[in-house]
Design a binder for this molecule. Structure first.
Ligand code: GUN
Length: 298
């Protein structure tokens, strides 16, 4: 058996094409499109490449995009004041502060300073709380978990009554996706188990999963014999395992032993080209959602 590949690159194309149409409709109706500001502090190379990709994607959709780069030594006070400026800017619907931040800045204070109405990353405690309540309360879902759920649904995997096992309990992936898959509603209604570094028998839990979501940050952690035949496997790991000597680019590997897992799983996401492209796509989707809300509220 060879697993069907769930391509994030392909799904990104489909979703961005849908969003592009929405932006055209928005401009016709309101004379302006979504506005996104990306705030990058310092020159962390990984952050710079993520932000560049976010800006490129936003511009390709016709967003009003503001790139606000700040020096590494900006004070926390000045950064909070900058956020407040964008909170009040009627042309900005989404505020993204790229993480991680320099050590002298308290990340929680920064996340808390972003207006929950413009928190398109879905990291603000108000939006996380609304996500936990579920239903009509949900506002902006955090982008990586939203991308994972979208991939599961678009791949045609049944979630209702499915055993979902999530490996990892981070605030940006493991915890939120565990909550989301257990909610009442389409693309959810699953029975969820969240496992982590203190779980006694990881393999036994993984083997029960109809949908296995792995976000542990440990290359090759999940072995093929941990996978239930026919299961859908979502690999969130992005591990730099070396450097290509010719191109100088990082060689990426997931948390799942991909080649062998393909022989057991029913459907599987590759690394790269799986969950990665979906995160930025969901950021764009959240920004479009925010723009509609800001432009149409009375
Ligand atoms: N750093 C790594 N991933 C993310 C993300 O999704 N959003 C922000 N703001 N920073 C990040």
């Amino acid at each position: 058996m060879s697993a069907e590949i769930i391509s994030g690159t392909q799904m990104r194309k489909e979703i961005l094409a849908e969003l592009e149409q929405e932006v055209v409709r928005m401009k016709e109706a309101h004379g302006k499109g979504p506005g996104l500001v990306t705030i990058l502090v310092g020159e962390n190379p990984a952050s710079m490449s993520y932000v560049t990709l976010k800006i490129k994607t936003a511009l390709s959709l016709g967003f009003h995009e503001v790139q606000d780069n700040q020096p590494d030594d900006i004070s926390e006070e000045d950064l909070l004041a900058l956020i407040e400026k964008y909170n009040k800017d009627p042309d900005i619907h989404g505020i993204l502060v790229q993480l991680p931040l320099p050590r002298h800045i308290n990340e929680d204070a920064v996340i808390n300073a972003i207006s929950p109405d413009k928190d398109v990353d879905g990291f603000h405690p108000v939006n996380l709380g609304k996500m936990v309540i579920g239903g009509d309360e949900v506002r902006y879902l955090p982008c990586t978990p939203a991308g994972i759920q979208e991939m599961i649904v678009r791949s045609g995997t049944e979630t209702s009554g499915a055993e979902v096992v999530v490996v990892g309990r981070s605030n940006i992936v493991g915890k939120p996706i565990s909550v989301m898959m257990g909610q009442k509603g389409p693309g959810a209604n699953s029975t969820v188990t969240m496992v982590h570094t203190r779980t006694q028998d990881l393999a036994a839990h993984c083997k029960r999963a109809d949908i296995l979501i792995v976000a542990a940050g440990v290359p090759g952690l999940v072995k093929p014999e941990w996978i239930k035949p026919g299961a859908t496997v979502i690999d969130v790991g992005v591990n730099r395992v070396g450097t290509n000597e010719e191109t100088g680019k990082a060689i990426l590997s997931g948390d799942v032993d991909y080649e062998e897992a393909c022989k057991v799983a029913g459907k599987i996401t590759p690394v790269p080209g799986g969950v990665g492209p979906m995160t930025i796509t969901m950021l764009m989707k959240n920004t479009v959602k925010s723009a509609w809300w800001h432009l149409e509220r009375k």
